[in-house]
Each structure stands twice: as C-alpha cells, then as structure tokens.
Ligand binder design. Sequence first.
Ligand SMILES: Cc1cc2nc3c(=O)[nH]c(=O)nc-3n(C[C@H](O)[C@H](O)[C@H](O)COP(=O)(O)OP(=O)(O)OC[C@H]3O[C@@H](n4cnc5c(N)ncnc54)[C@H](O)[C@@H]3O)c2cc1C
Length: 474
Amino acid sequence: MSGETDLIVVGGGPAGVEAALAASERGLSVRLVDEAPQAGGQVYRAPPRAFGAKFQQKADPIGVRLRDRLRASAVQTHFDHSVWSASPGYRIDALGPDGAVSWRARAVIAATGAQERVVPFPGWTLPGVTGLAGATIMLKSQGMLPGAVTLVAGQGPLLLAVAIGILKAGGKLAAVIDLASQADWLADWPAIASQPRLALRGLAWQAILRRAGVPVLYRHAIRSAEAQGDQLLVSVGAVDAEGAPVAGRDRSFVVDALTVGNGLTASTDITRLMRAEHRFDSLRGGWVPQLDTDFRTTLPGLYVAGDGAGIAGAAAAAIDGRLAGLAVAHDLGQCDDAAYQNLIAPLRRSALRARKFGTAMAKLMVLRPAQVAAIADETIVCRCEDVTQGEICTAVREGARGVNQVKAWTRCGMGPCQGRICGDIVGQLVTGQGNAREEAGYFTGRTPFRPLPLDELAPPIAYGDLQLPPPAPL
Ligand SMILES: Cc1cc2nc3c(=O)[nH]c(=O)nc-3n(C[C@H](O)[C@H](O)[C@H](O)COP(=O)(O)OP(=O)(O)OC[C@H]3O[C@@H](n4cnc5c(N)ncnc54)[C@H](O)[C@@H]3O)c2cc1C
C-alpha cells in the first residue's frame, strides 16, 4: 500500500484533469489515475507516442494544453493503471504495468466519463460491426479506418463526428443512418447556437457530407447485419419518432464495416460499488449518482464530475471538474468559505452555458423505448454471456423483479464487461414488461470492475509453506 494523499482522482479526461489541477493549486496532495497511456480522456485522446511527430500534430490542441498543464503541476499521475476496486476509507485498487497497487486518500473524485450504448439488432456482434464511440478511438488513437467502405448509423453528435473522421482519413461512406429527424436536430437550435464554435462546426460537417455526396437517411435505423464473405449485408429501415420500425422503406447496403451507436451512458462503476445513491435521468444517460450542487455524492468524501455524473459533453465536464476539485479543497479545509464562493461563482455561470449545449446534444442521444421494444426474441442482448432478449423477457414474465434478479437467473451482465454494455438495455426491457424504470433498477456494483488476473491479488504461493491444520481425530 502506497502512502495516503488528500485526493485521488480516477479518470484523466477533461473533468478529471481540471479537478486534479484545481485541488492541487489549492495545496492538496493529489493522485490522478487513468487506464489510458496519457491524459485527455475520450474526447482529447492522445495518439500513441510511438506514432511519430506527423501523427502527434493531429492531436486536438485543447488536449495538448491539458496534458502540458498537468505535466507542469504537482499532481502525481499514474497512467496505464486500471482501477478495479474502491472501498471505504478511501482505498483505490488498480492494476498497472508493474502489477497490482493500492492507494489511500481522504477523498475521491470519480471522473470516469461515459460508455457507449448500442440497441441490439441481429448481427450486432459480428466482426466488422463496431460502436460509434469505439470508432472514434480507432480513428483518433490508432489512425485506422473501421473499413474501406463504412455505414455509419445511430443517433447523436458522434454520428457526424465519426462520418467526418472517416472521410478525412480517406475512407468511403455508404451512407449515414440517423435515428433522429432533421427537425429533432433543429429543435434545440438556440441552445446549440449558444456555443457558436461548435454550432458552426456541426454545420460545416453537414456541408462536407453533402459535397461528398453521402446519403443521409433521417428517421432510419439498422434492422439487421449478416456476413457476406468478408463484407456485411446491412438492412436498414424507417422508424417513427419513438424509434419503432415503420414498414415499407427498407434498403440494404453491402459494406466492409458498420459503426453504430445509440448515445452514451454514465460510467458509474465506483459509485455503484460504494453503494452511493443514484437516480434515473433519461436525458443524462440513465442512472446517475445523486449529487448535491458541489458534486458531493451521498457518501462523505466521494465526489463525481464530468460525464460520469450524467452526459453533458466535454466543455461542461472541464468546468464541472474544476468545481469538484475546488469543492474537495473547501471540504478538506484548504479554501475558506469566502474564497470558495469567489472562485466558484464565475465557473458556475460558465457551467450553465456549457451544460445548455451539452443538454441539447444529450437529447439527441436519449434512448427511444420503442426501438428497444422492437428487439427480436432471438437477438443477443448480453454479448459477454450470449443472453437473448427472449431469455430476459421470459425471466421477467416468470417473476424476476428487476435487473439484478434477471442477472441472477440468466447470467446476463455477469461477464467481463460487468453489464456496462447491456445494463441500460436490460433495464429498458424489464421496464417494457410493465415495470417502472426506477423499479427495474441498475446492476449492483461488483468488484473487480475491470478484468484482473487472480494471481495479482495474492503473493506467489509455495505449497510446502502452507500451514495445514492437523487431521481431525477419527
Ligand atoms: C468511447 C468514447 C468516445 C468518445 N469520443 C468523443 C469524441 O470524439 N468527441 C466528443 O466530443 N465526445 C466524445 N465522447 C464523449 C466524451 O467522452 C465526453 O463528452 C467528455 O470526454 C467527457 O469528459 P470526462 O472527463 O467526463 O470523461 P472522459 O473524457 O471519458 O474521461 C474519463 C477517463 O476515465 C478513465 N477511466 C474510466 N474508468 C476507469 C477505470 N476503471 N480505471 C482507470 N481509468 C478509468 C478513462 O480511461 C478516461 O480517460 C466519447 C465518449 C466515449 C465513451
């Protein structure tokens, strides 16, 4: 066990870095832990160092500045470390390149971001099908295209970001399949226009797609994908405003790759494991930790900032991270009330503006229940344990009273991803059988929330040294 610090921040995205810097600038000793090789999180993901200078120049300048500021600070950083457990006290356990390590701190900020959601369809587990968010990792961090010709599908801003990323990297697009209508995109235009730089970027992306002659099918979704030699035959059809399939306008595409995503859900491994309270907020990505206005969870000393507190985008994550770092400094006595109020007032105003834009984007990513209701019986929902929609719905009909009972009866959510991929969809399926979403609940947090070799937990054993109890008398 390494020495205690004042604060451990888990997650080195915009929220985590700003939180760590703010707390460190107030004099707290701070550790920042991330499983990625460098800071930046999902949005400012750094290219691998081994890729050379030309590739490095493509890195987002905001991310470059974030990493420079972190390097120049007193924050102790631990990259390539996956946190797999958190316990009261606070103790954080991680697995790094040199094995298992544990740290203690007086306070923890979970800034673990989001994970992507895919509404299952027949064929979504085939090779060549990736998530939209996953495709951003391929493009940004590996400089790779999902395929020579790609179909991009789903909902929300990542749809356009990935389509443009593919074109810029020299790939071809068969089409963009958008669950939303054009009216859905324009519904919150005042909020979108409140961030003119991002709004203009969105309009420029639309223009690039038009110039490249890429068909954009609004109010459409993927029906199925099947392997056709090395390619995929993807069937696409119209949907209504709730996401339910509409008969009559089906089309098919033969492509090398399909990337598809239905928005993001908050990554809540730490707060669920620690049994903090959560609330359901469909607009912010489903179950999110219950927080007060200063980012405190219901457990003293545990805070959450960024998309892990609910989806609001990178700009809001950075400001909220700074606010959470200051809240910890205040609570640990490194910032008196007057100084704290002075520091947070302007940040709170900026956060409101940033969240307005983030909320407009988050609305486009909200799960559409009728799309989930249309998942066919035989479609796999839990891809770790191969559990189908039919098995989940049968368990509910036979009396399973929430997602955790469905998990116990079917093994759904028990695989290596611990339900991160299927959890939100299983919750919606349980709800679709006549239960309130709040009653359906969320998968209880379990450790390890990242896969971990068991021999990392115990020192090497010499069997001869084992103290065996004497045999029981006959
Ligand atoms: C895969 C993916 C790709 C995305 N791509 C984009 C994009 O291209 N453009 C865009 O605008 N938005 C993108 N988003 C949304 C974007 O992540 C957020 O809006 C923004 O980055 C939120 O910042 P954050 O600091 O809250 O979280 P993040 O930036 O997600 O940072 C969270 C960090 O926590 C780390 N982490 C999580 N769990 C653990 C653990 N157990 N142990 C150690 N480290 C951990 C992660 O490695 C990550 O670096 C993406 C989201 C996802 C899930």
